[in-house]
Write a protein that binds this ligand. Sequence first.
Ligand code: NAP
Length: 282
Amino acid sequence: MGQIINGKEVALKVKEDIKNFINNRKENNLKTPKIASILVGNDGGSIYYMASQEKVSLSLGAGFVKVILPETLTDEDVIAEIHKLNEDDNVQGIILQLPLPNNFDEKKIIREISPSKDIDCLTFESQGKLYMGEPKFLPCTPNSVITLIKSLNIDIAGKNVVVLGRSNIVGKPVAQLLLNENATVTICHSKTKNLKDVCTAADILVVAIGRPKFIDKTYVNEHAIVIDVGTSSFEGKITGDVDFDKVIDNCKFLTPVPGGVGALTTTLLIKNACEALKDNEY
Ligand code: NAP
């Protein structure tokens, strides 16, 4: 029987460090981190993530401000709000909830976030630095994947890692972070041939495809570490890309959904805001 990697437990340690950092600053009458989260329209997933970000931020002592904008606005209106936050010395981190409604030009708007406040690593500058191996902020979901693997105290260098999914927000940056750790990385996608053969050869399998329960025991080997990034709504429940019940007995470690990758992501976002605060002081 494989072991469960508990994202909530790993998050506790990071949360403790953040609380200590913020309390220490409060005691010394220093500025504490504040995050601004922009929601355009009323996407259900975005409303859920924003509420969760607010709850975790406030519980750790960080400030949180919600900027809720109607979808009847223009690109320029949203950009004007971003500019205001870029110039606000009391805001260290800006989150733009994605996806934006279809009538907005997402790429054009993202470009306007100041890279020094881009705690979600969305801008060209942040992504460019990541791919040059000099990231300012680590993107939160990919960082959560790496942090969970590292929590097992294994040496990632030289491991054969397969990343299933090649999106700009998950698959590609996960692969890059693993490459930075000297893993041998294979990226798979919907056109990959012999997918099962590639996946079963992996020491570490990271799955981010958004297909609930797609990965069953025929895709893993008994020594594999399996990280499930998927969060799809399936039969009324948040469900991962891995069929947990069928895989847990046939691998070495597996992250659950919920309680795995997602349980750590928001905490890492607030950690980035603390880093932004430190960086902007020097
Ligand atoms: P995405 O943009 O839809 O990308 C999906 C990727 O999976 C694509 O590269 C696609 O290949 C590949 N794919 C789809 N079906 C496949 C199949 N049958 N075989 C092989 N590859 C396949 O999704 P995303 O934004 O990366 O998100 C992936 C999942 O992670 C979603 O469930 C999302 O909700 C979740 N997520 C979770 C967190 C968290 O914090 N836990 C954060 C972000 C996202 P092609 O490129 O060839 O189309």
